[in-house]
Design a protein around this ligand. Sequence first.
Ligand code: AMP
Ligand code: ZN
Ligand code: FE
Ligand code: FE
Length: 297
Amino acid sequence: MFFSLVLMSVESVDLHCHSTASDGTFAPEDVVRLAKRSNLVGLALTDHDTIAGLPAAAAEAKTLGLLFLPGIEISCTYPQPGTMHLLGYGIDPDSPVLRDMTRGLIEARDNRNPRIVARLNELGVAITMADVEAEANGGVVGRPHIAAVLVRKGYVSAIKHAFDKYLGQGANAYFDKERLAPRRAIELIKQSGGLVVLAHPVQLRTENDAQLQRAIKDLVDMGLDGLEVIHSDHDAALVEKYIRLADRYHLLKTGGSDFHGQNKKDIQLGTANGRRIPRQFLDHLLEKLRAPRKAPA
Ligand code: AMP
Ligand code: ZN
Ligand code: FE
Ligand code: FE
């Protein structure tokens, strides 16, 4: 009895992770199996710009008796040096709006990626788009795939070094891709039946709390539903701060590891900077998804 009470009190989930459908290294069904082995009771798969991994993940979650929430992560326009990523949860995989959005986002990647490779070639790095596509193996191609090729060919010793030296903002072979404005991304996620959560707010790299609050308030006015309070990039002080902000703006709280498999070796599924993510975060998302909502304009 006591033991089962303890187990109940520690039920945890992971609401932010990537599979081979984008730039993770575990197949969608393998992410779900790993979630089960990691004693999670629920999972949301949030690949960049694609929902291709959702059917396989959902099927495996059903087989294993895990709660599953379909998700997606979208990179939005935001002033440098910050980055703004929005998570969409509970999106309808059959939504034509979602299909058009992901098609456009993948086109933007297809425009950017060859430019990165061409610049790398100018810098004396002999890799091809074919190498990068082979690395992505049919998934949405991202910079981590380019980084993995650079590691495999011996140009750098680790993915992180590939970003520092070549691929990160401000580095020699950095090119941005065309992005959606946050307002548009929010609108499209909502039209696809989803809730919108600001991912890893620390990555906005706001200069002070006033600027951070303004950024969140602006998103709230556009329809933001939640704030990712627990994340691998958030230390205890940041988690506390984001919980306070979520409460102030009546936002849902979410959390996730941002697991990418071998493309981010130091991150384990289900653990974000030493913290587990409480099951209630998922329950509250599911409750809000079930509640009747005003149809988006
Ligand atoms: P992309 O969407 O193709 O521009 O790639 C963005 C992804 O690259 C992010 O979601 C991270 O997974 C990864 N990434 C970005 N910056 C870094 C970094 N400095 N070190 C390692 N991975 C990074
Ligand atoms: Zn990623
Ligand atoms: Fe992100
Ligand atoms: Fe992510």
